[in-house]
Write a protein that binds this ligand. Sequence first.
Ligand SMILES: *Cc1c(COP(=O)(O)O)cnc(C)c1O
Length: 224
Amino acid sequence: MTIEQSLREVGGAVSAAAKAADRQPEDVVLCAVSKMFEAPIIAEVLAAGHRVFGENRVQESAGKWPELRKTYPDVSLHLIGPLQTNKCEDAINLFDVIQTVDRPKLARSLAKAEEKLGVKRRYYVQINTGEEPQKAGATPAEADALITLCRDELGLTVDGLMCIPPVDDEAVLHFGLLAQIAARNGLSGLSMGMSGDFETAIACGATLVRVGSAIFGDRPKPAV
Ligand SMILES: *Cc1c(COP(=O)(O)O)cnc(C)c1O
């Protein structure tokens, strides 16, 4: 199967899952996760008409996207990987949406960078629903305070919440918890679901699914 065929297939599965949940297909955004793939491969997906992409590294994205954007200025690029406070300006210059706001210090740096650069971006607050020590994100107990800080104190445009469930747990529990935290904070955006579980996530209310390998195939291993 070509990448374009995989893209169509995943798009169809997203629509079908939305309809099965009595939702509108256009209410679920498919974010194609292109991390580790080189520009010519990403260009195939762009040529097929897709415009929403996710990347997990600032530096890798800086090497690919400014050039791709020249041909496709209407791209919407999402950062879905961890962000260091000293990379906030780079991230704001490269990305339209930053999905990994996971701590107060980062939120403050982003607000400062927005002000300095004179631009606004859109954000998701990342929640560590499984409370895994090695994983980024505010714990469910810290979530409300971080959302309030971002939105009300710092004036960041918070679209919603994002989570990455533990690999060995029922994803549906984490999707449900994320939806609950969003609802009690009046947020409508839910970035949840990847190649293996995006249909479940859509049934739980996902408004954005982050799908990599189901579109692009297995990721190349990083060169050492
Ligand atoms: C890599 C990645 C994805 C995509 O994973 P697949 O299983 O390839 O669909 C989604 N979300 C995040 C945060 C990722 O890092």
